[in-house]
Ligand binder design. Structure first.
Ligand SMILES: *Cc1c(COP(=O)(O)O)cnc(C)c1O
Length: 391
């Protein structure tokens, strides 16, 4: 009944890479007496703005990307009667924030070549009620923002980018976040390309949006806690100007973010190296490789998504089960929103309306790709995928 002694330990689907600098900064925060939003959250915002290297941009640290998306839409005045267009091929967070505000979600299908929202379908879905487009840079591959921003300009629509996967992704050599949308939101959830445990960053060049989001991030107070406790006079005074939210990022989280951000370029290089190794190792298999970035552009490689080709009769679920049997964690990105009871019933959706997302869902799975993987881990994943695909 004992495990064979040469059995390798289970390789999880995702793991964060936390270094000594991150740990020391967190300890320093704990010893400092200031654990919630304060100097480190401020520094993380400044560092993030410096990384994006675009003077007009303001960065607002929040406790999740979901919070950042909610704040952005709220600040843009999205509300009851409005429609927001996004992709069905995403995590529910993208769409749920629209419902928080009483507005309606209009889901459209993906382009099977990129697995990103199809700009042609976005344009076709516009009605007199449409107010905003929310593209998602799926897996870390840039959406065609040129097309999305052009549609938005022609129809007078807002654009809020869900960039939860897209640090540091580029399009035509420009970092996502700097392309000219109304707002871009990054996620620092545990499995993203950098992490603060939980956290997000709202990035915008819209001064009105900055003002509103900073107030709504902390209860609708007209000054944040750092100002409140360190400003000279009067330190105790604040005004509540709206029923705001509790979305501020703690200094404990920001302590992680400051050092994770310093490593983001190196993290991306390692992710790309692993993706290249996978691309080469799987090229001859009955698998569809993930969509690749345009020559010269950066893919963050948050996810490595494989699709079983038509010639492979095996079911996707069986492939994943066999990967688990080989001791390797896999996942599926995503169960499309139109498949979930809430979204399906709320908008009376059918899979036939989203053929490309539905097919991608039924035939795809994501394999481990993260910086904490060793070269041996990578080879082990390659061996397992090859063995199963060729069996
Ligand atoms: C992770 C994720 C989110 C939410 O990020 P949180 O920081 O966990 O709120 C939103 N959209 C997409 C596409 C994601 O993958």
């Amino acid at each position: 009944m004992t495990e064979p002694t040469n059995a390798l330990p289970f390789l999880p689907f995702a793991l964060p890479e936390i270094g000594e600098d991150e740990i020391n900064e967190v300890v320093d925060t704990l010893r400092s007496g200031w654990v919630t939003t304060g100097p480190k959250a401020k520094r993380f915002e400044t560092d993030f703005a410096a990384f994006l290297n675009e003077p007009q941009l303001e960065c607002i640290a929040v406790n999740s990307a979901t919070a950042g998306l909610h704040l952005a839409l709220e600040a843009l005045g999205i509300g009851p009667g409005d429609e927001v267009i996004t992709t069905t091929h995403t995590f529910t967070a993208t769409a749920e924030v629209v419902r928080y505000l009483g507005a309606d979600v209009v889901l459209v299908d993906i382009d099977p070549k990129t697995l990103n929202i199809d700009p042609k379908l976005v344009e076709a879905a516009i009605t007199p009620r449409t107010r905003c487009i929310m593209p998602v840079h799926y897996a870390g591959l840039a959406v065609d923002m040129i097309a999305i921003l052009d549609i938005a300009r022609r129809h007078g629509l807002r654009v809020v980018e869900d960039a939860a996967h897209a640090l540091p992704t580029t399009l035509e050599k420009e970092l996502i976040g700097t392309m000219g949308s109304d707002a871009t939101v990054f996620s620092f959830y545990a499995n993203k390309t950098m992490t603060t445990g939980e956290g997000g960053m709202l990035v915008t060049r819209n001064a009105e949006l900055v003002k509103r989001a900073r107030v709504m991030r902390l209860h609708g107070m007209n000054r944040d806690a750092f100002d409140r406790f360190t400003a000279k006079v009067p330190s105790w005074y604040y005004e509540i100007v709206a029923p705001g939210f509790k979305y501020n990022m703690t200094d404990i989280a920001a302590a992680l973010g400051i050092h994770q951000l310093k490593r983001i370029t190196a993290f991306q290089a390692r992710r790309e190296q692993i993706a290249q190794a996978y691309n080469e190792a799987f090229a001859d298999l009955p698998l569809i490789l993930p969509p690749q970035p345009i020559e010269g552009d950066v893919h963050s490689w948050h996810l490595y998504v494989l699709r079983l080709s038509e010639t492979l009769e095996m079911e996707r679920d069986v492939f994943i089960e066999r990967m688990f049997a080989a001791g390797i964690g896999c996942s599926v990105h995503y169960i499309p929103l139109h498949q979930h009871p809430y979204w399906r019933e709320r908008y009376d959706l059918r899979a036939a309306q989203f053929p490309h997302s539905q097919k991608a869902y039924e035939r795809s799975f994501s394999i481990p790709l993260y910086t904490a993987m060793t070269d041996d881990d990578v080879q082990r994943v390659i061996r397992a995928v090859r063995e199963i695909a060729l069996s």
